[in-house]
Design a protein around this ligand. Structure first.
Ligand code: G3I
Length: 318
């Protein structure tokens, strides 16, 4: 018995969920589960650039504040997602020249991070998200193509100035195991830290799929980053299944969730695991991968699925 958050807290870890503003205000079962089962939350969309600064210097924090206030009321910590990303960033940013883009980045980071700098619940930020291509080269985003690779160091320095106490993360997908992309991330983090760029943390998204296998050497990968002196965390865990799901696939999903939770349990520097939502009613998966889904812990009627018990057991010491 006990909730996920009780068991994570006993380990000194967080267990979190990405939250969406609509159901959080409209659906009692959604807010009840969010409040009772998790001790950490990440706004799924509400802190992204298109939500917070849709037009130059016109800021909007209604959605972000809703989630932060919910977290404060429920004794949860908040991870800010995300400041500098190639997606969900308005066109007015993408069209700027290098000097203006850098100034817009500084203003955005200063304003968004600064707003929550004195809020004790808001502890960490994804400063840069998804900077790599799958082969380990830098992603050919408008950030890279306009500002050059120093956009990354600039973003971290602006964030540190805006909140010296916040933990500053670089975050990506398909970096959970040891592969070309995670090794490129490793080399970048090592190099940035050698230059005193304030990178404190690496986020491993963890968007897994039963048909693709479990990533190689996840615990060893987390540990090699930890050995650089950074905190690590699983930031967006979900395990999608081609539908209809059969018993073998559901068992594989249980194993993948269990393995990810256990890898974090086994690495001291791993702060915790955030699941990218919690109910299959609200998941990015079916919108993005047609014919796939059932990636989360509760079904569309807010009934806990067997995979909830697997996560519970993994956190509880199983
Ligand atoms: O806000 C509009 C709404 O006004 C409109 O009516 C509706 C119609 O489609 O769209 C709404 O915007 C959607 C937004 O989510 C908010 O719900 C976008 O279309 C939709 O594309 C967007 O998807 C989000 C996606 O990021 C965008 O890249 C997902 O919810 C979110 O889960 C997903 O999260 C990302 C992480 O940020 C980074 N890592 C990968 C992860 C999964 O893609």
């Amino acid at each position: 018995d006990g909730t996920l958050r009780d068991h994570a807290a006993e380990r000194g870890k967080f267990i979190g969920a990405a939250l969406a503003t609509g159901p959080l205000s409209n659906e009692a079962p959604y807010s009840t589960i969010a409040r009772t089962e998790f001790n950490q939350v990440t706004p799924e969309n509400a802190l992204k650039w298109d939500a917070t600064e849709p037009n130059d210097n016109q800021y909007s924090f209604s959605g972000a504040d809703q989630i932060v206030n919910f977290a404060v009321a429920n004794n949860q910590i908040v991870h800010g997602h995300t400041l500098v990303w190639h997606s969900q960033t308005p066109g007015w940013v993408q069209g700027l020249n290098a000097t203006a883009m850098r100034a817009a980045m500084q203003d955005h980071i200063t304003t968004v991070v600064g707003r929550y700098a004195n809020n004790a619940a808001v502890r960490s930020w994804d400063v840069v998200n998804e900077a790599f291509e799958e082969n380990g080269s830098m992603r050919q985003s408008f950030w890279l193509n306009t500002m050059g690779q120093t956009y990354i160091a600039d973003a971290f320095r602006f964030a540190r100035a805006a909140d010296p106490d916040a933990r500053l993360c670089i975050n990506d997908f398909n970096v959970e195991g040891i592969n070309a992309k995670s090794t490129a991330m490793f080399n970048l983090v090592q190099s940035l830290r050698a230059q005193n760029v304030p990178v404190d943390c690496v986020g491993f998204q963890g968007h897994l799929a039963v048909q693709f296998g479990f990533p190689n050497q996840v615990q060893q990968n987390l540990q090699r980053f930890a050995d650089l002196g950074v905190q690590v965390r699983i930031t967006e865990l979900d395990v999608r299944i081609p539908l209809p799901a059969d018993d073998t696939e559901l068992a594989t999903q249980n194993t993948y969730y269990t393995n990810m939770i256990s890898a974090c349990n086994n690495v001291t520097a791993c702060a915790g695991v955030t699941i990218w939502g919690f109910t299959d009613k609200y998941s990015w998966v079916p919108d993005t991968f047609s014919g796939q889904g059932q990636a989360l812990l509760w079904d569309t009627n807010y009934v806990a699925k067997p995979v909830y018990n697997a996560v519970h057991t993994a956190l509880d010491g199983g």
